[in-house]
Ligand binder design. Structure first.
Ligand code: HDE
Length: 693
């Protein structure tokens, strides 16, 4: 068979290698700017090879590809991010000279990265885990990075324990699993030997560990920081992010199933919301207090395993963050962004929290390892958006071209008429001198004031509703059931007795174990007043940002679908149409309704409430489809509101659900009643679908 050569066809490729696209856009070039004529075929000797080493186009392409991956973050590897802005809604010059808090209404750009902690980059979005909540504020006086979590306390008190904690929670060293899970021996072994972790264990085992959406999570700076005003006066501060959509979580069974149905559930939700113009938004709040107040508390404000109850120091809102632009390129921005707790700006300062102090080293070091050069600050997502000048020079990947020979200080080059380079300013950052301990001895100690490990864990449990307490108990029973080392289960129970006796005995019962004697606490806990702010369910979340899943069949009543769509719109919620076939269905009386999803690709775990708009025949047909039965029975078991037409009876019956107050007949105008429940659950159903613990 005659074959054409490149010379024959003037660069139009032949054979199975595909075709050069005839389209607009700039000319493709090599990385060195040489125009490329053929991006489909390697250069060969003759018709059938061999390929030639001189093919610099191929070599460069493969060489670059080979190096496309960089080391993933040791923690917080899996994440999504977005650009947006921070707006000051209350100026606080009396507290801080930080430029972003000087004028009400002033806006600056931000980039936020929200992550899971334990899982690898390719794991899933909905494991039980803590979520990282990192925000880079591009202020006029440099970048301020508030690198927090969605839980206001941390597992450990001292940076010395961080590598141990992370080794323990990551996949076990010999077997390389489990991925993205704390439900295994080594994690529980470690925390059961570290009673200081028990407070955060309670948070992680609560529904906070399985958020419904990244847009429905709080964020916390955790450590105590300082605000410093223009006079150099300092106060102590804790930072809070409060989501506009309220706080909401999934159930555990739901989270497990979402992981299979859509491992990208959270990032897709964030992306979809931003693309639809429903910009995720949080208020930034502060708790401000002074040292005299701090000294009177039964805990140490420098201890990162403790929070300050909002009832004791109310959170004042000083700004808001809106995320309004998804990155153009995931790698360039979300992956390469480098957060540094050491990035603070004039008007903000550190405290002596020993965990924070350790972080100040770690993040700079890790960025060099991940991004490969000390010049990582020049990558666009990391570069400050204000002028940046100093005498640091050279290094790998230097992209700046400094002029002149002033690369040292002091110099007197200006006396010879040359540019002498940048100079320090009196307005520059000054570390505050106050609060430093006078002691000068070097010690490896844990302060006595850090010794109470249980009072706030008790307060957390006591502040939850009964439903939330049940979830914590179920979560710990689940996790410990995955722990194979029996002595570890026992030691966890012995620690839990210091938090709540009835909780510990219900967990022991759930495991089928006897309750061991309590482990003596380092310091006897005290009973702190319960705090409503610690509970999710004591606060009704708004319906905005939720999603209604409507299952339709041929012969469905289009007017019911329309009524649901407008009720959802009024509730600020999205709608997805699910059908037996993705092309959609024929409506009653003619007309076609297109579907967003096919039934087995959109289980009800992806929605906040469901509606079954079915003809009698459609319901009978779907009663023979497992995915449709699961659609209904899962929505029921996850306590979600269910709307239905009369025709849906066959499917409801076969799914074996029991009608209750969260069922809405859509024939009688039940659309609004259904969408009113988009952010609510009928928790009384849990008793019907799960054995009590
Ligand atoms: Fe981190 N942490 N961490 N951490 N952390 C990292 O830095 C570390 C801690 C947090 O989206 C790493 O750039 C130490 C507390 C977030 O890029 C690393 C200690 C809190 C992110 C690191 C802590 C956090 C990280 C890995 C104990 C909540 C993701 C990649 C002293 C206040 C940031 C990286 C992003 C990331 C170290 C404890 C939150 C290895 C040593 C407490 C949100 O440097």
């Amino acid at each position: 068979m005659a074959r054409k050569t490149q010379g024959d066809d003037h660069g139009i490729p032949q054979g199975s290698g595909g075709e050069t696209q005839q389209r607009g856009g700039p000319v493709q070039t090599t990385n060195h700017g040489v125009p490329i004529s053929d991006n489909q075929n390697s250069l060969k000797a003759g018709h059938r090879g061999p390929a030639l080493l001189e093919d610099f186009v191929l070599r460069e392409k493969i060489f670059h590809f080979d190096h496309e991956r960089i080391p993933e973050r040791i923690v917080h590897a899996r994440a999504t991010g977005a650009h947006g802005y921070f707006e000051c809604t209350k100026a606080i010059p009396e507290l801080t000279r930080a430029s972003l808090f000087q004028k009400k209404g002033a806006k600056i750009p931000v980039f936020a990265r929200i992550s899971t902690v334990a899982g690898s980059k390719g794991s899933k979005d909905t494991p039980r885990d803590v979520r990282g909540f990192a925000v880079k504020f591009y202020t006029k006086e440099g970048n301020w990075d508030l690198v927090g979590n969605n839980i206001p306390v941390f597992f450990i008190q001292d940076a010395m324990k961080f590598p141990d904690l992370i080794h323990a929670v990551k996949p076990e060293a010999d077997r390389g699993f489990p991925q993205a899970a704390s439900a295994h021996d080594t994690f529980w072994d470690f925390v059961s030997l570290m009673p200081e972790s028990m407070h955060m264990v309670m948070w992680a085992m609560s529904d906070r560990g399985i958020p419904r959406s990244l847009r429905m999570m709080e964020g916390f700076g955790i450590h105590t920081f300082r605000l410093v005003n223009a006079k150099g006066e300092a106060t102590m501060v804790k930072f809070h992010w409060k989501p506009k959509l309220g706080v909401q979580s999934t159930t555990w069974d739901e989270a497990v199933k979402i992981s299979g149905a859509d491992p990208d559930y959270h990032r897709r939700d964030l992306y979809d919301a931003i693309q639809a113009g429903n910009f995720p938004e949080w208020d930034l709040g502060i708790q401000v207090f002074d040292e005299a107040w701090a000294d009177k508390q039964p805990y140490d404000v420098l201890d990162p395993t403790k929070l300050i109850p909002e009832e004791d120091v109310p959170v004042q809102i000083i700004g808001r963050m809106v995320l309004d632009r998804y990155p153009d390129n995931f790698f360039a921005e979300t992956e390469q962004v480098a957060f540094l707790p050491s990035n603070i700006v004039p008007g903000i300062d550190f405290s002596n929290d020993p965990l924070l102090q350790g972080r100040l080293f770690s993040y700079l070091d890790t960025q060099k390892s991940r991004l490969g050069t000390a010049n990582f600050h020049q990558i666009p997502i990391n570069a400050p958006k204000c002028p940046m000048h100093n005498f640091q020079r050279d290094g790998m990947m230097q992209t700046q071209v400094p002029r002149g020979r002033a690369n040292y200080e002091p110099n007197s080059l200006d006396e010879a008429g040359e540019d002498a380079g940048p100079r320090p300013s009196e307005q520059g950052f000054v570390s505050i001198a106050a609060f430093a301990e006078p002691a000068t001895e070097k010690r490896r100690i844990r302060p006595e004031t850090f010794a109470d490990h249980f009072s706030q864990a008790r307060q957390f449990f006591a502040s939850q509703t009964a439903v939330e307490q049940n979830h914590i108990i179920a979560a710990i029973v689940f996790e410990l059931s995955k722990v194979q080392l029996k002595h570890v289960r026992k030691r966890v129970l012995a620690q839990l007795r210091n938090i709540d006796e009835s909780m510990a005995s219900r967990i022991a019962d759930g495991l089928g174990m006897d309750l061991p004697p309590a482990l003596p606490p380092a310091k006897a806990p005290v009973d702190m007043a319960p705090s409503d702010a610690l509970s999710i369910l004591k606060h009704q979340a708004p319906t905005q940002g939720r999603c209604l899943g409507i299952l339709v069949s041929d012969g469905a009543d289009g007017s019911v679908v329309e009524a649901l769509k407008s009720a959802a719109k009024a509730a600020g919620a999205a709608v997805k149409i699910i059908a037996p076939k993705v092309a959609g269905v024929q409506l009653k009386g003619g007309g076609k309704l297109e579907a967003d999803e096919k039934i087995d690709g959109a289980p009800s775990v992806l929605f906040d409430a469901i509606a079954l708009v079915l003809s009698t025949e459609g319901a009978e047909l779907l009663a023979g489809e497992k995915a449709a039965l699961d659609f209904v029975s899962d929505a029921y078991a996850h306590c979600k509101a269910i709307g239905h037409t009369d025709g849906a009876k066959a499917l409801l019956d076969k799914a074996g659900v029991i009608h209750d107050g969260f069922f809405f007949n859509l024939a009688g105008g039940g659309a609004k009643a259904l969408t009113d429940k988009l952010s609510s659950r009928d928790w009384s159903r849990e008793k019907k679908v799960k054995l009590p613990l």
